[in-house]
Structures are given as structure tokens and as C-alpha cells.
Design a protein around this ligand. Structure first.
Ligand code: ADP
Length: 312
């Protein structure tokens, strides 16, 4: 079984001609409310692919919270670890301008209450999972609580260090893989400044070298995603030594909406690793799933089932 500990947000997506200036009122031609948040997205992605998935998190006892819960349930996610609490649900306001750029305001709301105490209360749900998936839209101390404990019990831990942040050593040591995009890789490596450089000098050595730098932070394996450039993975050998980075190209697709592509990728990775695939095979499958999501509008709404992947 796969357990995702993370965030759920209701995304209010507004199409606007331009961003409002101070004191200005503008009209949006189109508004939609969509389920989002990295944790919820990853849980739904994995469940749609047929994974046995549980989600641990918090929403508010409000309309967005009801919608988020309903979408997780509809995807087949076990929500026994989802609390509805006396705080507003996590929400994001996303302004999309005609150039395709977006401006985003996120209010973590209930996600900030995914506490160490809460995850300890539902420890029976995640201790002993086959695969644990975490991201950084919940308090870091909660991630620091669950990751080493799950790893110590033999759970394979996928750490998606998003949004960008440096990670504590105990979390890195259990990350198998650490999954980051290029921005997140920079943030993860920034913490290293001033420390002795690891064995591989990589500043300008391309994504393979960056992946090795990330591995040298202490992760057990690393997947660096490169958008339309695909992904690079690197693992340690049985002796703990760094292996050779491997590039997996993206599936070619006409990009319609990249929202939630990284989350589709992580959800697919979890399903494949849970099924016993090696990391390379899992990354190949994840790029296929992410490309499917990129070719369709929305985040969760764009995620494929297994049947979708056979046809497309
Ligand atoms: P994030 O969405 O977290 O910023 P990336 O942009 O690196 O992460 O995308 C994650 C994965 O989604 C990539 O590794 C790739 O497999 C897939 N992907 C993203 N953009 C495209 C694209 N334009 N065409 C095909 N695949 C894509």
C-alpha cells in the first residue's frame, strides 16, 4: 500500500486580461474551482493508476474541504487519515493571463495543522506502508517525524522536496528517491554552500552532475525532473557508491497545461515502486503518465487511468 502524507488545496483559477494594480478592480471572464495541493494530486494520480492509496492530511470543515474529500474518495483513496478541522481549507488563487503566465497566492490554512501529533495518532495507517510519499506543503517537522520512522520500518520513502527547500539530513538519508525539479534542486543544493564540496564537481556539468550533487547530500537515490527534457535518475550501488546518472527523455506531447505534471510523475513513481519495479522502469512509466497529464487541462482531472495509457 501507498500512503501520501501531505497537502490538499482548492484552487480558484481566474482567467484575467492582466494582473490588477493597487486599487484596481478587474473582471475575470472565467472562474473554476479545482482540487489541488501536491499531496492530494499525488494521491489521486496514484489511485487512478490502480494503486492502493491512503491520504493523511487536513482540510477545513467548509465547502472547499468537502469538495477535496469528495474528489479523493471518488478516485478511490482511503481517507481515514483525512481530518476535517476548525480551520479554513488550504486554498490557492491562481490568476492566468493570456500569455499563459500565472500569479498564485496560496493560503495553507488547514495544511499547516498536519502536525506531528496528528500523524502520530494515525501511525497505524502509515507505519508499515510499502511506499510513503511526502512533499513540503505541510510543516517540515511532520515530514521529519514520519520519514525516518517509516524508513526504519522498511518502507520505501519518496521525498518530493517541493516547494523548494533545503532538507534535514535525516530526511535525505531516507529519501529513495529524492524527487525535485530544477528549481527545487537549486534550493536543496544551496544549503551546501560553505560546506566542503562532495566528490563530484558539478556546477556547470549539466543535469547528470546536478543529480550526483543531490545524491551526495545523502539521498539514497535521486530523480531530477527536467520538464520537456524528461528526467535524470541516479542510484547508489550495493556498496553505497554513486552510480552513473541515466537520462530518460520525456514523452513527446503537445503541452496543453503543465499544472500538476510533477505530481502525476510522483504518483506514478509510487505505484511502480510499490509494484516492485526498479527505479529506471518506474521513471520511464512516470514520464509517460506525466506527459498524458501535460496534454490535458487541469491537474487531477488530467491524470490517466491504466486503460488511458494503453489506448494513448
Ligand atoms: P514540475 O511540474 O514539478 O515543475 P517538471 O516541469 O520537471 O516538474 O515536469 C515533471 C515531469 O513531467 C517531467 O519529468 C516530464 O516527464 C513531464 N513533463 C513536463 N513538461 C512536459 C512537456 N512539455 N512534455 C512532456 N513531458 C513533460
Amino acid at each position: 500500500r501507498i500512503v501520501v502524507v501531505g497537502s490538499a488545496n482548492a484552487d480558484l483559477v481566474l482567467a484575467v486580461a492582466h494582473r490588477p494594480a493597487a486599487g484596481e478592480t478587474i473582471v475575470s471572464a472565467d472562474v473554476v474551482v479545482m482540487p489541488g495541493g501536491k499531496g492530494g494530486n499525488q494521491a489521486v494520480a496514484a489511485a487512478k493508476l490502480g494503486g492502493d492509496v491512503a491520504f493523511i492530511g487536513c482540510v477545513g470543515a467548509d465547502a472547499p474541504g468537502a469538495m477535496l474529500r469528495e474528489r479523493l474518495v471518488a478516485a478511490g483513496v482511503d481517507v481515514r487519515g483525512l481530518r476535517s478541522i476548525a480551520a479554513p481549507s488550504g486554498q490557492a488563487v491562481i490568476l492566468v493571463t493570456p500569455d499563459g503566465e500565472n500569479s498564485i497566492i496560496v493560503s495553507p490554512g488547514a495544511n499547516a495543522q498536519v502536525s506531528t501529533a496528528l500523524v502520530a495518532e494515525v501511525a497505524d495507517l502509515w507505519l508499515g506502508a510499502d511506499v510513503l510519499v511526502v512533499q513540503l506543503e505541510i510543516p517540515l517537522e511532520t515530514v521529519e517525524h514520519v520519514v525516518p520512522r517509516a524508513h526504519a520500518r522498511g518502507t520505501r520513502v519518496i521525498v518530493n522536496a517541493a516547494p523548494a527547500a533545503a532538507l534535514p539530513a535525516a530526511v535525505l538519508a531516507a529519501s529513495d528517491p529524492l524527487v525535485v525539479n530544477e528549481t527545487e534542486a537549486e534550493a536543496a543544493l544551496a544549503a551546501r554552500t560553505g560546506q566542503p564540496r562532495p566528490g563530484v564537481a558539478a556546477a556547470d556539468g549539466g543535469p547528470g552532475a546536478t543529480a550526483l550533487d543531490l545524491l551526495a547530500l545523502g539521498a539514497r537515490s535521486v530523480v531530477l525532473t527536467l520538464g520537456a527534457g524528461g528526467a535524470v535518475l541516479v542510484e547508489r550501488g550495493a556498496d553505497g557508491a554513486a552510480g552513473t546518472p541515466l537520462h530518460v527523455p520525456a514523452h513527446p506531447v503537445a503541452a496543453v497545461d503543465t499544472t500538476g505534471a510533477g505530481d502525476a510523475f510522483v504518483g506514478a513513481l509510487a505505484v511502480e515502486l510499490c509494484a516492485g519495479s526498479g527505479l529506471e522502469a518506474a521513471v520511464r512509466r512516470a514520464t509517460q503518465v506525466a506527459a498524458f497529464a501535460v496534454g490535458r487541462r487541469g491537474a487531477q482531472a488530467s491524470y490517466p487511468t491504466r486503460a488511458d495509457l494503453v489506448i494513448n
